[in-house]
Ligand binder design. Structure first.
Ligand code: ADP
Ligand code: ASP
Ligand code: MG
Length: 403
């Protein structure tokens, strides 16, 4: 078999763990498989580099950030390759560029446009173990780009698609996909399998166990994706097509996203087209707007509240400022101390009363819900950040996910 194995930050968190990864990769190779390994930076390393940049600037150039952040993954890729060579294997470390990963130029959250796998494929034919530095590519000018936080997952899936791997294994520090983050709710249950759509929803709503874009791509390319732990041989969770899953629970999981901020615009001039102007300009600046609420104020103006990822706040403020200066918006305020909790399940489509249960779970704990949005397969609520964990646990309990 041709297998892509991706190891996340904790799995390569120190030199012993890198050796552990080398041992695991060597077992896979010795069993007769071809292996392409994708690695993250050592855990904490990317945040450390971000911190270094922030020492000098509150808004560093995103292209320079990519030069900086991509270095973390190169360290682990080369160390792992050195370890494998020392064990008698023929291994070669590759940057994103060498692996043929071409992206657009949206620095720090670039999209993969194509992969030219020729160099990888000829190295595989030569019997080599390839170790690719995850999270990175290059744009058409050859500038280094990165794929958004958690982006090594995306590297792994994209490579698995490009080289037509039989399997893509994502090794992390938990043994699979759980009904919610097991670090928040120890009673969370590991799932044997989950559909691409549910996983995509969980990941998009904050379950960082897989980067959402990696799930989207796995679905599109029909990549066989398994999430498992690098610390034991325990079986993981298969992420697969909905029709492969026999049992369809009403609710499959609870997600938490603490990385959201709420922007409130007060006294917005009430004329047709204003919402379109504001949100088009936000979109032009690559600000990812999520929930939106609009209310009429007493003085004939309106108030508009919306959420954005914390990482987009700087750009969002810049856009809002232009409307404040024009007088279209009287006042603006920002709240980073919020979070979004979500209930996800494809089974919801055909059931009534699922949302009511979520609201009453919040009521029982006296948690105030600030914003609500629903779709066919999810219910999301914005609440104060201090209630984040409590909200997750009470929802997990309300839907009896520990059963
Ligand atoms: P890696 O560094 O290996 O990429 P991450 O830290 O990005 O690992 O993702 C793994 C973490 O995701 C787990 O430690 C866990 O706390 C968190 N997580 C959030 N939601 C879930 C979930 N539903 N199932 C499993 N893990 C989850
Ligand atoms: N090192 C990068 C991050 O911390 C990418 C990854 O780990 O997947 O976001
Ligand atoms: Mg990750």
């Amino acid at each position: 078999m041709l297998i892509v194995q991706k190891f996340g930050g904790t799995s390569v968190g120190d030199l012993d763990r890198i050796q552990n990864v080398a041992n695991r990769v060597s077992e896979t190779k010795k069993a007769g498989n071809d292996v392409v390994v994708v690695v993250s930076a050592m855990s904490g390393e990317t945040n450390k580099l971000v911190g270094y940049a922030e020492h000098f600037s509150s808004n560093p150039s995103r292209a320079e950030m990519d030069m900086l952040l991509s270095s973390g993954e190169r360290v682990t890729a080369s160390l792992l390759s050195i370890a494998l060579n020392e064990m008698g294997f023929s291994a070669v470390a590759m940057t994103g560029r060498k692996a043929g990963i071409i992206t657009d130029s949206l620095h720090t959250k670039a999209r993969i446009e194509e992969i030219n796998p020729d160099v990888m494929i000829s190295a595989i034919k030569d019997g080599k173990i390839i170790v690719v530095a995850g999270f990175q590519g290059v744009n058409e000018n050859g500038d280094v780009t990165t794929l958004g936080r958690g982006g090594s997952d995306l590297s792994a899936v994209a490579i698995a698609g490009a080289i037509k791997a039989d399997l893509c294994e994502i090794y992390t520090d938990v043994s699979g996909i759980y009904t919610t983050d097991p670090r928040i709710e120890p009673k969370a249950k590991k799932l044997d399998n989950i559909s691409y759509d549910e996983m995509l929803e969980l990941a998009s709503l904050g379950a960082k166990v897989l980067q959402n874009r990696s799930v989207e791509l796995a679905k599109k390319l029909n990549v066989n994706l398994v999430t498992r732990t690098s610390f034991s041989n325990e079986e993981g969770t298969l992420i697969t097509k909905e029709e492969n899953i026999m049992e369809k629970p009403l609710v499959s999981g609870i997600a938490l996203d603490k990385n959201q901020a709420r922007i409130s615009l007060m006294g917005v001039i009430d004329r047709p087209g204003i919402a379109s102007e504001i949100f088009s300009k936000l979109a032009l600046n690559d600000v990812n707007v999520d929930m939106i609420i609009q209310n009429k104020a007493h003085d004939g103006t309106t108030n508009i509240d919306f959420t954005v990822p914390v990482g987009d706040l700087y750009e969002a403020k810049g856009v809002v400022d232009t409307f404040v200066q024009k007088g279209d918006v009287k006042d603006d305020s920002y709240n980073e101390k919020i979070c979004k909790v979500s209930v996800v399940g494809v089974g919801m489509k055909s059931h009534a009363g699922v949302a009511a249960k979520a609201f009453s779970a919040m009521a029982v704990e006296s948690i105030n819900i600030n914003m609500i949005s629903t779709s066919e397969i999810k219910i999301s609520m914005v609440v104060d950040e201090k209630y984040a964990e409590l909200a997750v646990r009470s929802l997990h309990n309300a839907y009896e996910l520990d059963k």
